[in-house]
Design a protein around this ligand. Structure first.
Ligand code: MN
Length: 229
């Protein structure tokens, strides 16, 4: 195939212990999947059906990056999340079979221009410019299911400049991994390469130029990110 302009590169995540990389197809994000975070955002944490938004695939940033501070925001927030990477796809997947789709897991940041998201919410407008901006999805290398199993519990935390800001446990997900995959597969057909960011615990808050972020999920990995002054 020849193209009339330069074709975009395939976005990939490294896989621990593999030379080959994981090609990322789409990034789905679960909203308000921790009750304490739903509360801090002013919502009732009752078990409403999960809802989803997307980030553009090329928002992925490799682990350890140093980035220019994002444009067009005065309120950039960190959201540390478990990342689920699918090796198989399908539609209408039953909960009992949903984990069969998973290739591996990683640690990601759903970076959020909270001021733009808040404005969008108020106006009943889409969230994309608050959520799906350039370099908004830093992510670690993946660990395969063979190595890490299907982590359903374990600490998840985020530090800014060495101070713990977010702390939770994977077992606090309102919708767990298999339920989330099953639910999403009834909304869209899932494909190998799709990744799902599983939502963030309480403690989201602002980042500033010069900040150093460290995120962790037990058994899954550690993510660092630095913003230039
Ligand atoms: Mn999020």
């Amino acid at each position: 195939m020849s193209y009339v302009i330069e074709a975009p590169k395939v976005v990939t995540l490294p896989v621990e212990g593999e030379i080959a990389a994981f090609p990322v197809r789409r990034i789905y994000c679960v909203g308000r999947n921790y009750a304490d975070h739903a509360r801090e955002m002013g919502h009732d944490p009752d078990r409403e059906p999960p809802f989803f938004f997307q980030k553009p695939t090329d928002a992925i940033v490799p682990n350890g990056a140093t980035l220019p501070f994002p444009v067009a925001t005065k309120d950039l927030h960190h959201e540390i999340e478990l990342v689920v990477a699918l090796g198989k796809g399908g539609r209408n997947i039953p909960v009992e079979r949903a984990l069969d789709l998973v290739y591996g897991y990683g640690v990601g940041l759903d970076m959020t221009r909270r001021d733009l998201q808040g404005e969008a919410k108020k106006m009943g407008r889409p969230w994309e410019m608050g959520k799906g901006f350039d370099q908004s999805a830093p992510c670690t290398a993946l660990k395969t299911v063979a190595k890490v199993g299907h982590p359903a519990s374990g600490a998840i935390w985020l530090k800014v400049n060495g101070t713990v800001k977010q702390k939770g446990d994977l077992n606090q997900h309102i919708w767990n991994t298999q339920e989330t995959i099953a639910y999403l597969s009834n909304l869209v057909e899932l494909f190998p390469g799709d990744i799902i960011m599983m939502g963030t615990p309480a403690g989201v808050g602002p980042c500033f130029p010069g900040d150093h972020l460290e995120g962790h999920v037990d058994g899954v990995g550690d993510l660092t990110l630095t913003y230039l002054k």
